[in-house]
Write a protein that binds this ligand. Structure first.
Ligand SMILES: CC(C)(COP(=O)(O)OP(=O)(O)OC[C@H]1O[C@@H](n2cnc3c(N)ncnc32)[C@H](O)[C@@H]1OP(=O)(O)O)[C@@H](O)C(=O)NCCC(=O)NCCS
Length: 432
């Protein structure tokens, strides 16, 4: 039996995304708000849903601008959705869009909403960079001063260090380690070789570039027109390399442990900009509006590990929970989409799926989840090739899984994402 009874299933009616673009390149002049509006407007146009029928708008993001802290509300207002429709923003590191999605699902299941737009967005190009705490204090004191002298006085205490910008780090607050350093630990402890990591990265590019040549890919993407002239249409993820070789990958220097490390820019997901949105409805509502959904959510589960352990192992913990709720097993999954933060993290999680020792010691289970058939995993590439706008990836993975199931005429799929903080989420989706 699934987590939800059939009458209450939540349908994913449609979804699409912007191309995912390497930060600092083609989308560098777009903010998260621009990208979110772009995807939301196109979703409304393509589905022809009447905006008044939408009950809620929920986007996930990781690094919001302080000017648009409730980014979803701004996306909603800026996309022509009536002001009377509520919107809120969620954050859960790289699982932000899946969090937005499951919040949307719960809203439908509780009867609070019938129709929800849920997705995620990130612009690393438009990173919110802060002043140092000291300098912010001086700015605040200065703003309270009367007259030019009082306004200038707080700055007399200023030292050179005070004007050094405070750039958000991709590091754990609790351990001080960056994601890359954590992946390095996982590679070492799980004996994932550099060569296996590079082979996996190459596979991601080969599969993603194959898909780009297929027409169905265009269903998933919108055409983005970029400033200043808005003449050039971007219709492809610009990090996918169709002529990449294993020699190129193996020649790259390790970045996080320069002496003995194995994690390089080539076997990591590149920093990227992009947005993805999904239209969710109760199954009955979708039917009554005449939509043929892409698929349905059957179950989901979140899990978390201590960040001082292997940080990006979340999927190995959340997947058995989601499969149990779905009353299905790993071998029932026709396709698996797993977020590729690093090759080492994917290979570590897949290894844990197949390990009885892991099952016994970490999950208190007697049997391993099972070996994964690689012909079913990330069959159209993953975040290493396609890119990883933090807040958007969770929604892209759901979309890729649903289009993948459609392409294979298959039914069950698993989508799973690891995230900073030791978080993991897994979703079981079904097409029929
Ligand atoms: C890994 C990371 C630090 C690399 O950042 P970067 O150094 O700015 O990356 P670049 O794109 O400049 O690549 C560095 C070099 O590798 C090369 N390179 C990158 N990918 C390559 C590939 N697939 N094939 C060949 N060369 C590649 C670049 O051309 C560049 O070469 P250069 O130094 O000669 O110009 C960054 O992408 C990152 O932090 N990724 C992980 C993000 C993360 O933590 N996610 C959260 C996970 S939950």
């Amino acid at each position: 039996m699934s987590q939800y009874s059939n009458q209450n299933r939540v349908a994913i009616v449609y979804g699409l995304r912007t191309p995912f673009i390497k930060s600092g390149t083609l989308f560098k002049n777009f903010s998260s708000l621009d990208l979110g509006k772009m995807v939301c407007v196109e979703l409304l146009n393509r589905t022809e849903i009447n905006p008044i029928d939408i009950d809620k708008v929920i986007f996930g993001t990781v690094l919001p601008s302080i000017k648009t802290s409730n980014l979803s509300r701004e996306i909603s207002l800026g996309s022509g959705i009536p002001p009377s429709i509520p919107a809120f923003t969620v954050t859960s590191a790289c699982a932000s869009a899946t969090q937005a999605f499951t919040n949307g699902v719960e809203s439908v299941l509780s009867g609070d909403s019938e129709v929800v737009i849920a997705g995620g967005v990130e612009s690393i190009s438009d990173l919110p960079v802060l002043f140092s705490k000291n300098f912010r204090g001086m700015l605040l004191d200065s703003s309270k001063g009367q007259g030019i002298l009082q306004k200038a006085k707080p700055f007399l205490k200023m030292g050179v260090g005070d004007i050094v910008p405070d750039i958000p780090a991709i590091a754990e607050r609790s351990t001080g380690l960056t994601m890359g350093e954590s992946a390095e630990i996982m590679a070492r402890q799980n004996l994932i070789s550099r060569s296996d990591q590079d082979q996996f990265a190459l596979r991601s590019h080969v599969l993603a570039s194959k898909l780009e040549k297929e027409d169905i890919f265009k269903k998933e993407l919108l055409k983005a027109f970029v400033p200043p002239n808005f003449e050039e249409a971007i219709y492809i993820d610009n990090t996918v390399q169709d002529e990449l070789t294993i020699e190129q990958l193996s020649s790259l220097k390790p970045l996080f442990d320069k002496e003995y490390g194995t994690i390089t820019a080539g076997n990591s997901a590149p920093l990227s900009d992009g947005a993805c949105a999904l239209l969710l409805m109760s199954e009955q509502k979708a039917k009554s509006l005449g939509y043929k959904p892409l698929g349905y959510l059957r179950s989901y589960a979140y899990a978390a590990v201590d960040p001082r352990e292997q940080l990006l192992m979340g999927p190995a913990y959340s997947t058995p929970l989601a499969l149990d709720k779905a009353d299905l097993s790993l071998k029932d999954m026709d396709l698996v989409e797993i977020h590729e933060a690093f090759s080492a993290q994917v290979l570590s999680n897949l290894q844990a799926f197949g390990s009885r020792k892991f099952a016994e010691e970490k999950l208190s289970r007697t049997k391993a989840l099972g070996e994964v058939d690689m012909d079913r995993v990330n069959v159209t590439g993953g975040s290493i090739a396609i890119g990883h706008p933090f807040g958007a990836t969770g929604a892209r993975i759901i979309l890729a899984l649903l289009y993948g199931l459609q392409r294979r005429q298959a039914n069950f799929g698993l989508a799973t994402v690891c995230a900073a903080g030791g978080l993991g989420v897994s979703l079981v989706l079904e097409r029929e």
